[in-house]
Design a protein around this ligand. Sequence first.
Ligand SMILES: C[S@@+](CC[C@H](N)C(=O)[O-])C[C@H]1O[C@@H](n2cnc3c(N)ncnc32)[C@H](O)[C@@H]1O
Length: 320
Amino acid sequence: MMATRAPQRPARAAPERTEPARSVETGRDFEFTAADFARIRDLIHRAAGISLSDHKRDMAYSRLARRLRARGIDTFRQYLDLLEAENDPAEWEAFTNALTTNLTAFFREAHHFPILAEFVARRAQPVSVWCSAASTGEEPYSIAMTLIEALGESGARQASVLATDIDTQVLAKGEAGVYQFDQVKHLSPERLKRFFLKGTGAHAGMVKVRPEVRALVRFEQLNLTDRDYQLRTQFDAIFCRNVMIYFDKPTQSQVLARFEPLMKAGGLLFAGHSENFTYVTEAFRLRGQTVYELTRDTSGARAPSRANAHGTPEPSGVAA
Ligand SMILES: C[S@@+](CC[C@H](N)C(=O)[O-])C[C@H]1O[C@@H](n2cnc3c(N)ncnc32)[C@H](O)[C@@H]1O
């Protein structure tokens, strides 16, 4: 079963005077003012670290309008007042779920998986991997499949993949492990056969991740902006891909500081293609291909930075 933690209402900021509602949208079911959007941005930043840019305004409207309808509320102001006034974990969860972006795919950013395979094959066993923004499960299952390919069925049986996300809806989908065939059709015939069951009858056009792959993966809710992740274990590798782009630099830096003690010596951190942590942290340095390693050595001392005199990171040493 997926473990969930009760979402917490973020600390209330000092009340601010809101500007008069100037930009009222027309042609919509609900009035949606600039002040409403500013409030939503503030609340989701405090709840999940997500910085919503201006162009997410329509997205915020359409996703949260569903919450207003579900609650029988007439205006965004009333909905946001209710959210702030009542410590209602279910509504905070629905608010957060509504505003996350969950795009993902099996073997997305494919160059990472051969690096992971080569890395785990030479690590002390059993290996453990944390997929920290797991979305609907495609990424942690791709990790589990890579572990099976690299370590063999019996070697991988000892391995584990912790799959976490803030969004409880995507975690439930991940735990079910059921996908449209279209989502896996780009995989090799060998992978399809080895790792998926094909749906028939009412399930035609669907696939289900095989139980031996699912057995490696544990889904749990975790907010990367929480002060204490309550993880009492260390990982050989952490995947944190395509989530930091939604966080501002101070939030990225706090998350990376929390990752550092959770990494085993020699561990690797996998980032998304457009994420660069070089100037955000001293705890990790780029090895190449958006894979980072700890700067501290096994004694706990920090090794000198690889950045050159101009502060430019040196080229990668990681083989794909
Ligand atoms: C764009 S998806 C990336 C999924 C996957 N890592 C990948 O690269 O394909 C971003 C995920 O980060 C999650 N997320 C956003 N804020 C989060 C937070 N504060 N803590 C944990 N997960 C968060 C979202 O719910 C979403 O599922």
